[in-house]
Design a protein. Structure first.
Length: 149
């Protein structure tokens, strides 16, 4: 029994170290977890207009814009052709803040679409949506603007 308990403690500590090392701690998410209920059986994906609190990038819109500007890579083929514009990416913010179901709603060029998808998939966990005092899954559409410099 002691060996079993020791092995479980070691596995848990290794898991915690790996998770903590790969993801920065999102204190707002932890606060929401403690403050609101999570119904694990509810798989409904809500529209932003149907929730009480919309999903949010950690730090808000200003932090999202900063993160996008620091991580976007303008596709070389689009730069050479002088193509620029705005790609709209739709995704789901899950109850744990992860991003899933990433797809292009309206694109400009296939290379820009691929970059927008890469960018969204690389984002850190978001603060999930809230409806009726429960954390819920929610759609989000993000415009990604490609500007030639």
């Amino acid at each position: 029994m002691k060996k079993f308990l020791l092995v479980n403690i070691l596995l848990l500590s290794v898991f915690c170290v790996n998770v903590c090392a790969s993801e920065p701690l999102n204190l707002n998410y932890l606060q929401r977890i403690n403050e609101y209920e999570i119904d694990v059986n509810d798989t409904t994906i809500y529209a932003p207009r149907d929730v009480d609190v919309r999903p949010e990038f950690p730090g808000g819109d200003a932090a999202l814009m900063k993160w996008l500007n620091e991580n976007i890579i303008f596709p070389l083929v689009c730069e050479e052709l002088g193509i620029h514009g705005k790609t709209f990416v739709n995704f789901v913010v899950e109850k744990d803040g992860t991003i899933t179901n990433v797809k292009i709603v309206r694109g400009v060029h296939p290379a820009m679409d691929r970059e927008a998808i890469r960018l969204v998939k690389a984002m850190p966990k978001w603060e999930p949506a809230i409806k009726d005092n429960k954390i819920v899954r929610c759609y989000f559409t993000l415009p990604v603007t490609f500007i030639l410099k």
